[in-house]
Design a protein around this ligand. Structure first.
Ligand SMILES: *Cc1c(COP(=O)(O)O)cnc(C)c1O
Ligand code: SF4
Length: 450
């Protein structure tokens, strides 16, 4: 393995101006000439269903255009034909080719989007908490210790990942926005729930917000009447899609000051960084941003789904985890890609996911084995695939909850019939001729937090 000296941020290029690319202007990207006209048309077709957005940093620093359209970082950001089912692709392609009007295209797009399971795992119905009889939209409370908050100005991202399970938020589907503007009800709810120790700001990407807006959400959590809130997490992709957020944006100083303030208050601040491919850790600006962030006392933890065509090989994962440890980041979760959007394109069967995880995990030191997975964020909880086994003469798959709607479910192994094609929990059958899994028996539990 090559030896790299500790990264010292010295030769940072001057601040880059931000440029956003969407369906409207993607043809202005100079490197787009690497694609042929059919591939550019496919972006327009698929981009009508799955949201598309990129920026100049991704285009210039992360994508290997010589390998496009098969480059993993290209696939991560750009729509392509195979992400839609053939009949869906044809419907939109026909409308575009025949010059149909906008209303017609939009109606067809809405119809197709509704067929793509826009809200997996019952997110909209199951996990919304109530306060004084009021349902608190823009918040989720699924696991005892942790409340999720979706700040309204943070419900967009620097770029949209083509696999994203929150994709409907970025479309004009009217009923799929999930956000909250004010913090008063969050604070009132937290005061009534001393069992909650963690607040996770998520989106979208909360770090697209200005430091001022972010502070308005975070600073109230530092008040003395919320001393039971010990940990604040921010789910983000900014570190690798716009590292200049931590280096040279106009309010970078205020943002880093806010982070320091959280840490100085004695709370744990974690950036839950989405990191899908080892290349994302190569740009100098990103490494520099990691140094700056760590100087504030924040911890960077990393997570990603396992995605066919992007990161479905063990050596990529061990490289990713090793690089993270070298840079002082903590590998946290490997997820199974969700049953939504372009899942048919990205999904990896559970048994294969386990094989990839295991081979990668075997090849890293204990310092990188902080990662857990592969994990499905399913309706009853986060379910880890422990692996295939033979029990009482039967081939089974052993599973266990990393997080459960009922904390009593956690770490209790359970078994499904062996199935090397199943790609999600609902495709598995209980082993040993049982009718239901143990957590399904516990009918009352399903009403927790509903
Ligand atoms: C993953 C997740 C959390 C956080 O779980 P941890 O295991 O503590 O990281 C909280 N709420 C929901 C709804 C989640 O999906
Ligand atoms: S950054 Fe996260 S929320 Fe935003 S598109 Fe990517 S996966 Fe989705």
């Amino acid at each position: 393995m090559s030896q790299e000296p500790r990264f010292v941020a010295r030769h940072l290029k001057p601040a880059t101006t931000h440029k956003t690319y969407t369906l409207r202007n993607f043809r202005e990207i100079p490197q787009i000439a690497h694609l042929d006209e059919q591939q550019r048309f496919d972006i327009e077709v698929v981009g009508r269903i799955l949201p598309f957005r990129a920026n100049n940093f991704i285009v210039d620093e992360l994508i290997n255009w010589d390998k496009a359209p098969d480059d993993p970082m290209f696939i991560l950001t750009f729509p392509r034909r195979e992400m839609l089912l053939p009949e869906h692709y044809e419907t939109i392609a026909r409308l575009l080719r025949t010059g149909a009007d906008e209303t017609q295209i939009k109606a067809a797009a809405t119809d197709i989007r509704m067929q793509l399971n826009p809200h997996p795992a019952g997110q909209m119905e199951h996990n919304v908490p109530t306060y004084q009889g009021m349902r608190l939209h823009g918040m989720q409370h699924k696991y005892r210790q942790t409340v999720l908050f979706f700040p309204s100005q943070g419900q967009t991202c620097h770029a949209y990942c083509s696999f994203c399970f929150r994709w409907p938020q970025f479309t004009d589907l009217p009923d799929f926005k999930f956000a909250r503007r004010e913090t008063n009800t969050l604070l009132a709810y937290l005061r009534e729930h001393p069992e909650v120790n963690d607040v996770l700001f998520t989106g979208g990407d909360p770090l697209v917000m200005s430091a001022k807006n972010l502070a308005a959400y975070i600073e109230p959590l530092l008040q003395s009447d919320l001393s039971h809130i010990r940990r604040i997490r921010i789910g983000t992709k900014t570190l690798t899609y716009w590292p200049y957020r931590f280096l040279s944006d106009t309010d970078t100083g205020d943002l880093l000051k806010l982070f320091r303030k959280v840490v100085d208050s004695g709370k744990h601040l974690a950036l839950m960084s989405h990191l899908n491919h080892p290349r994302e850790l190569e740009p100098e600006a990103t490494r520099h941003a990691i140094v700056r962030l760590r100087e504030t006392g924040a911890v960077i933890r990393t997570q990603s789904p396992l995605l066919r065509h992007i990161n479905d090989d063990p050596s990529g994962w061990s490289t990713l985890w090793n690089k993270q440890v070298d840079l002082g980041c903590v590998p946290y979760y490997m997820f199974v890609s969700r049953d939504t959007g372009a899942q048919h394109y990205f999904s990896v069967p559970l048994v294969r996911a386990w094989k990839i995880f295991r081979e990668a995990y075997q090849n890293v030191s204990g310092l990188a084995r902080t990662v857990r997975g592969p994990s499905m964020s399913a309706t009853p909880g986060k379910v880890q695939i422990l692996g295939p086994a033979e029990m009482m003469g039967q081939q089974v798959i052993a599973l266990s909850f990393l997080q459960g709607r009922h904390s009593g479910w956690v770490d209790q192994p359970f078994f499904a019939e062996y199935d090397d094609q199943a790609a999600w929990l609902d495709q598995l059958k209980p082993a040993f001729g049982q009718k239901r899994f143990f957590f399904e028996e516990d009918a009352a539990a399903w009403s927790v937090n509903v």
